[in-house]
Ligand binder design. Structure first.
Ligand code: FPP
Length: 246
């Protein structure tokens, strides 16, 4: 690796899986058809991550704002999540994948929430890959829940309010026990982060592709990783400082 370049393989990759609706529209099919096709791309991303030795893969499956979509689409997505849990969890478990749902799970129907909790419990001992599925998740929600937890800890006398700094607050944010986020990928051509992982994005590399999520395959993900490997991560330092330090 050349001086100043980043480690070749990102330890933690997050993906905004955008473009299912447009993919379906191009085929004159309902949006739910696109979401179902998107499930295949999720499998591709998991397989790719396992093959490349990525430690954590975080997927944005349902944002806090997605509840505002038409009821039929929300219903179809919930149905899809339930079916995916029934169909995929055993195989993921067999492949050593640890599944975690991140977000406010209280809003989901008890049947779905119980299956999510069951999948987390079943796979809790696995370590080949952390697969984090963000559902009813929002970056601002995450920061607010971290602040709330810190405030409660202060109330319990665990530390003083003037001792609350970035490092301590970070321990309450989602995914705090996993490697820092290295690479953020958004498919579907939009160039925005849409309230995903706001805290964790601080030093992540951003990669955008026009490919619609259902069309994403291992070659497309390999391109993202190749691009990442060419980046120089400076964390506020100059290029010369980074080169001299490595
Ligand atoms: C965004 O595309 C996609 C979603 C809101 C849902 C993502 C869900 C899946 C990929 C289904 C499978 C997931 C799991 C974890 C089993 P969009 O609908 O906003 O597309 P558009 O921008 O083209 O309208």
């Amino acid at each position: 690796m050349a001086a100043g370049q980043t480690a070749r393989v990102p330890r933690h990759v997050a993906i905004v899986m955008d473009g299912n609706g447009r993919w379906a529209k191009k085929r004159l099919r309902p949006r739910s058809f696109g979401h179902r096709a998107g499930q295949k791309a999720v499998r591709e991303a998991v397989e790719f991550s396992l093959r490349r030795g990525i430690e954590s893969l975080t997927l944005f499956a349902f944002s806090s704002e997605n509840w505002n979509r038409p009821a039929t689409e929300v219903g179809a997505l919930m149905e899809l999540f339930l079916k995916a849990l029934d169909k995929e969890v055993d195989e993921l478990h067999g492949n050593g994948v640890r599944i975690r749902f991140v977000g406010d799970l209280d809003a989901f129907a008890p049947e779905l929430r119980d299956r999510m909790l069951g999948a987390m419990e079943q796979t809790a001992g696995n370590s080949a890959l952390n697969m984090n599925v963000a559902v009813n998740y929002g970056g601002r929600w995450d920061i607010a829940q971290a602040a709330r937890q810190a405030a409660l800890a202060i109330g319990r006398g665990e530390f003083r309010a003037d001792e609350l700094d970035e490092t301590r607050l970070a321990t309450y944010a989602c995914l705090a026990d996993q490697p820092p986020l290295d690479l953020f990928i958004r498919t579907g051509g939009e160039h925005r982060v849409s309230n995903f992982l706001l805290w964790q994005l601080a030093y992540a590399e951003l990669y955008f592709t026009d490919t619609l999520w259902p069309d994403v395959d291992q070659a497309c993900l390999a391109e993202a990783l190749d691009d990442y490997a060419r980046r120089e991560r400076r964390y506020g330092r100059t290029g010369e400082q980074v080169a001299n330090a490595s």
